[in-house]
Design a protein around this ligand. Structure first.
Ligand code: F6R
Length: 366
């Protein structure tokens, strides 16, 4: 059942070219510039005229929500707020009938996410669900939604569900953007064509596995680790850190790279591994300076860069090259080496990667 892999997590990481394809299947035809998603069509006017979109989720699904904030604001120009379901529901939030609330959940059973959407529903908001498990409680409680179609995720650490969520949210941002006229037809077409190349590029990123095993060897005994990213790669930094801490029990922090100088930089010394996601995008020049700041303090730099980059490799201790893509789609590629890194480090430390201590696959307690 693990398909020849040692753990479900590794199997699920390697399934991603397929699961990402499944999550976009039937939802777009780049050739004819056509996109369709039944759940969105039903509430198209609501989405097009929304004053704001609220996203509620927990854990990794919350990270997918953060990626969606960048996507929807950029492509569809609708203000987005991303909320931890557990904080949102207890603070007397302002919700109106004009709001659209997107609940993101792999299991569809997370108690806080379910309660948050029930609250928003009671206040008249339109609730849209993005779930992986068909017929789950959250899927049933929503007005409309889109399944991620990633297939069952058994490993407790979420991997393929995350990339499927991000894929579906990307499609949603593109659909709303094109309906609202904020995303021009040519740009939409470019993104569709690029999105179609993502499964093959993920396949290519998975070939980094052996190289990542070598990096993992060197850092398996670390006690701390920092992950930095900017823009679309900021949520990926958070996700990389979460993956490492939950399965290897190494303390890890994800930060927006520019925030480092407001505190965490004090942690950096020659013992500190710093994973920097520094792909070629609109914040590239800025992150180059952040890498210099880490280098000046002798931190060990593990850089995730775009193929062919020479600037960051000149400063980094380890360089992992991933294929080039639009910055809008980069999280789908940049998260892959981070999933692999945490997996190998956890295995080398003798941890139970599929069932880490203290964790459950669906968190049905509040
Ligand atoms: C991390 C992880 C958790 C879940 C969180 C939400 O790898 O698995 O952080 O992402 O418990 O779960 P769902 O998406 O099922 O609501």
């Amino acid at each position: 059942e693990k398909g020849g892999y040692e753990h479900f997590m590794l199997k699920e990481i390697f399934e991603q070219p397929r699961s990402i394809l499944d999550s976009m299947r039937g939802r777009m035809i780049a050739e004819s510039n056509h996109m369709m998603m039944a759940g969105i069509r039903e509430f198209e006017n609501k989405f097009v005229n929304a004053d704001r979109i609220l996203i509620v989720a927990c854990g990794t699904s919350w990270h997918a929500g953060l990626v969606a904030e960048y996507l929807i604001e950029d492509l569809a120009r609708i203000p987005v707020e991303v909320e931890y379901a557990s904080e949102f529901r207890y603070r007397n939030p302002i919700i109106t009938e004009k709001d659209i609330v997107i609940a993101i959940s792999q299991s569809g059973e997370t108690a806080d996410t379910l309660a948050a959407l029930e609250l928003a529903k009671a206040k008249g908001a339109t609730i849209f669900g993005i779930c992986n498990v068909v017929g789950s409680s959250i899927a049933r409680a929503t007005d409309a939604g889109a399944y991620t179609h990633a297939g069952p995720e058994i490993g407790v650490a979420s991997t393929k569900a995350f990339t499927a969520q991000v894929t579906v949210l990307t499609l949603i941002a593109m659909i709303i953007g094109s309906k609202r006229g904020t995303l021009e037809t040519t740009k939409l077409h470019e993104l569709m064509v690029e999105l179609e190349t993502i499964p093959a590029k993920v396949e290519q990123a998975l070939k980094l596995n052996d190289q990542i095993v070598e990096i993992a060897e060197q850092y398996k005994d670390a006690t701390n680790c920092i992950y930095l990213g900017r823009g679309y790669n900021f949520p990926v930094a958070l996700e990389g850190a979460l993956k490492l801490k939950e399965i290897s029990y190494i303390h890890a922090e994800g930060y927006p790279a520019a925030e480092m100088k407001h505190g965490p930089i004090a942690l950096i010394d020659e013992q500190m591994p710093v994973v920097v996601i520094a792909t070629k995008d609109s914040s590239y020049e800025k992150i180059v300076s952040n890498v210099q700041e880490v280098k000046a303090r002798k931190g060990k730099i593990i850089a995730i860069v775009t193929e062919g980059d020479t600037t960051i490799p000149a400063m980094a201790d380890h360089v992992v090259e991933i294929p080039e893509t639009s910055e809008h789609l980069m999280p789908l590629l940049s998260v892959i080496p981070l999933q692999l890194l945490s997996y190998h480090i956890a295995v080398m430390r003798g941890c139970n990667v599929d069932q880490p201590r203290n964790l459950a696959k669906s968190v049905t307690v509040e």
